[in-house]
Design a protein around this ligand. Structure first.
Ligand SMILES: CC(C)(COP(=O)(O)OP(=O)(O)OC[C@H]1O[C@@H](n2cnc3c(N)ncnc32)[C@H](O)[C@@H]1OP(=O)(O)O)[C@@H](O)C(=O)NCCC(=O)NCCS
Length: 308
């Protein structure tokens, strides 16, 4: 068995200029994220962005995020170690640090199937939710863009939300609160401030927001949809159609994280032509979880930093 490297790494929060190394490690595992997502979520909770740094070279070789969602609730993600250094004690050392931060509070995580039993049976995340998140993807050439266009709700107006649009930001935060049942002002602000991708909001009669969605560049390739929240399937369809057609990396391929807790989210991604690749179970430390409005969730915000 290879010698443990646990005593050769410092475990500490990553600095803003080190986050790009965590992006490289995540990319190396073949896992998705938006181009700037890590940097943006680092701004929401820098102390929660734990890393493993080699003592002698200062190289970042692992990451584990435990991002505070609200006072009593965390979300754990981005758990990865450089491929060549896996199995040598670095992951466990980061994990223990991250769990100290979580303390006695509840926390959730998305488990890749291979690691479900690790989290559920050995890491204290023993409550598995009744729903699965599904990773969906397809190359551009296999998308059914036209069928989405013909079925969308044309009574709503879709508008682009630009960086610094504080009036719309307040409305987005209010809408997002209806989805999550708690306020996520910083998460929505950084999502709006991202100069990669496109953020669109859907306005119903009397200017009320009835949904919003974002598309970004996927660190693997192509485009990544998320979040996509909406009052109804036709509204979500209109947003998804606009996101995919307006963002050029979509022309390579499109990935989205739907969930069977809202069967319409799977229906919509399948209408677009995306294929189910993998089920991702959700684990919590205890069953006391805020009641989200699943009916509004058509694509998760991110699998690493956010509950929905
Ligand atoms: C998962 C990962 C971060 C673990 O890091 P690591 O440095 O390889 O893990 P360690 O060497 O510290 O620990 C190895 C052992 O502890 C287990 N382990 C790892 N993390 C654990 C945890 N949080 N709790 C309990 N056991 C854990 C491993 O399953 C392994 O057990 P085994 O020797 O019986 O197979 C790493 O393997 C990795 O990057 N995997 C690819 C990315 C990935 O899938 N991330 C998880 C996304 S949900």
């Amino acid at each position: 068995m290879a010698k443990s490297l646990a005593d050769q790494v410092d475990i500490r929060p990553l600095r803003a200029n080190e986050v790009k190394f965590a992006v490289d490690i995540w990319k190396e595992q073949g896992l998705e994220e938006g181009l700037h997502t890590l940097q943006l979520w680092h701004q929401t909770d820098p102390e929660g962005f734990v890393g493993a740094v080699l003592k002698d070279t200062g190289e970042v070789v692992g990451s584990c995020a435990a991002i505070k969602q609200r006072e009593d609730l965390y979300f754990v993600g981005l758990y990865a170690v450089r491929t060549e250094l896996q199995g040598r004690g670095i992951g466990m050392k980061m994990w223990e640090y991250a769990m100290k931060r979580v303390g006695d509070n509840n926390a959730g995580l998305n488990a890749v199937p291979k690691h479900l039993s690790t989290y559920r049976d050995h890491a204290g995340f023993s409550h598995v939710a009744a729903f699965n998140t599904w990773v969906y993807a397809a190359p551009w050439g296999e998308l059914n863009i036209d069928s989405l266009a013909s079925l969308k709700d044309d009574s709503v107006e879709i508008r682009r939300v630009n960086v610094g649009d504080d009036e719309v930001l307040g409305m987005l935060v209010d809408y997002d609160e209806k989805v999550h049942s708690f306020r996520r002002e910083r998460a929505i602000r950084v999502t709006m401030d991202d100069d990669d991708g496109i953020l669109l909001a859907s306005f119903g009669a009397n200017g009320v927001i009835v949904g919003f969605g974002k598309i970004s560049t996927n660190i693997q390739e192509g485009a990544l949809v998320g979040p996509l929240y909406a009052n109804s399937l036709p509204i979500a369809r209109g947003l998804l159609h606009a996101l995919v057609t307006e963002f050029s990396p979509s022309r390579v391929n499109v990935t989205a994280f739907a969930m069977d807790g809202n069967p319409d989210s799977c229906r919509l991604t399948e209408e677009l032509g995306l294929k189910k690749l993998m089920a991702v179970p959700r684990c919590y430390r205890n069953p006391d979880v805020p009641k989200a409005d699943f009916k509004k969730v058509y694509a998760h915000h991110t699998l690493n930093f956010s509950l929905f």
